[in-house]
Design a protein. Structure first.
Length: 417
């Protein structure tokens, strides 16, 4: 199966952004903290959710899809705290079961997580924080074996605001004895969404949305299963904004939340995209060639590394020269060779990409190396003469809920073959 894109212009209509991949998988992991029946709504219809369902099922959590965007998860508390390699290898978010398993069952056996290959993404900060809370670890190339007979509160200062480490320490702290503080905690909206669900479950968390979280542990019988609506996906929202930016047009991105992507909206505006808040979303208007900018990836509220492939694709057809600096994951320029196949003028120097905009790209066969880069290639194809044929689209399907169908509904010339 391939995604085939042809040059498209003047996108129009309304596109609805589904729930966030980077939130729903962590919410699913959080259900391990308490038995009962959970109902998640606004769940994206993506492959990673299916994989997470399989992983939780292997542990003892049943899952049922209700329609396309609702998921019911249920368990009695009889959980096997083992995450098998064949499932963990397919999804990096599987490491997020570590905190809940240690908190609720005192042990966890997890194979090393897979997912996108961005270079080294170790779990040392997860381990450091949980060790301060009393957990012990045995790590080797096969996985992580952890035990915690008496998980207790601790002061954890993260040297880097790691999203995954913040989430694991947070979920473990919900049932740890005493008070846990996380300094330099990640502040992403998806962490706020996780905190919101945990509080509804009965957790005691303060500082939500800040870089210092304080969690007062409670007993397991004080937690309960809940219903929860997944926060909208800001990266998918950015993808549709980028599509309008390169193809031009007038589109309402329903579900997009400006307050979750303020820095990005500012940079899009600097490139010449008119973005206006409207009821329930953002109106995006693009009528002229984009203007190049320089940008750097930084922890939230800065420009997320997930946005970078989209911005580099936009710079490829913008007027002037722009420099993209990657401060988080140095291996995340591997898609540039694919953009060059489309005629982009991009040069890599260390952790910088220097992009000289061209008038138009030219369609060619390309391969999606990961989720966001794959989506960026689809967007770039909208500005390319001829056909852009994208392979390895299973990466895109891991994180995008019907990207092709949603773009086609706006008038884009895109299909699956």
């Amino acid at each position: 199966m391939h995604i085939v894109v042809a040059r498209s212009e003047n996108l129009r209509g309304i596109v609805t952004v589904p729930g966030a991949k980077n939130s729903v998988l962590k919410l699913m992991a959080a259900t391990l903290l308490a038995p009962g029946r959970y109902r998640l709504t606004n769940v994206p219809d993506i492959a990673d959710v299916d994989t997470m369902c399989e992983l939780l099922s292997a542990m003892g959590v049943s899952s049922t899809r209700v329609g396309t965007h609702e998921l019911v998860l249920e368990h009695s508390g009889d959980i096997v705290p083992v995450a098998p390699f064949e499932l963990v290898d397919r999804i990096r978010a599987s490491i997020n079961v570590l905190g809940p398993l240690l908190a609720r069952f005192g042990r966890a056996n997890i194979a090393m997580p897979g997912g996108d290959d961005f270079g080294s993404r170790p779990i040392d900060l997860h381990v450091m924080g949980l060790e301060k809370m009393g957990a012990t670890f045995d790590l080797d190339r096969d996985g992580v074996r952890a035990t915690a007979s008496d998980l207790h509160g601790a002061h954890v200062e993260l040297p880097f605001p790691s999203v995954g480490a913040t989430e694991n320490i947070l979920m473990a702290a919900v049932l740890a004895r005493g008070v846990t503080t996380i300094d330099n905690a990640a502040r992403e909206p998806e962490i706020g969404d996780l905190c919101s669900m945990l509080v509804d479950m009965g957790a005691k968390i303060s500082g939500i949305g800040s870089d210092q979280l304080e969690i007062t542990g409670i007993s397991p019988d004080e937690l309960r299963a809940v219903d929860h609506a997944v926060v909208s996906d800001r990266v998918q929202a950015a993808t549709y904004i980028a599509a309008v930016a390169v193809a031009r047009g007038d589109v309402v991105v329903a579900g997009a939340r400006a307050e979750h992507m303020e820095m990005l909206v500012t940079r899009f505006s600097e490139m010449g995209v008119d973005i206006t808040p409207v009821e329930g979303g953002l109106r995006v208007v693009s009528t002229r060639r984009l203007t190049s900018i320089d940008f750097s990836t930084l922890p939230y509220p800065g420009i997320a590394t997930d946005y970078k492939p989209l911005l580099v694709g936009m710079l490829a057809v913008a007027e002037g020269v722009g420099v993209a600096t990657e401060n988080l994951y140095p291996g995340r320029f591997r898609y540039v060779d694919e953009l060059v196949k489309l005629g982009a003028n991009v040069r890599i120097e260390g952790h910088h990409a220097i992009v000289r905009g061209v008038d138009t790209l030219v369609g060619a066969p390309v391969s999606a190396p990961d989720i966001r880069a794959g989506a960026a290639l689809v967007v770039a194809g909208l500005a390319a003469e001829g056909e852009t044929v994208i392979s390895n689209v299973h990466h895109i399907d891991r994180g995008y809920d019907d990207l092709v169908g949603r773009l086609a509904a706006l008038g884009a010339d895109v299909s699956r073959r």
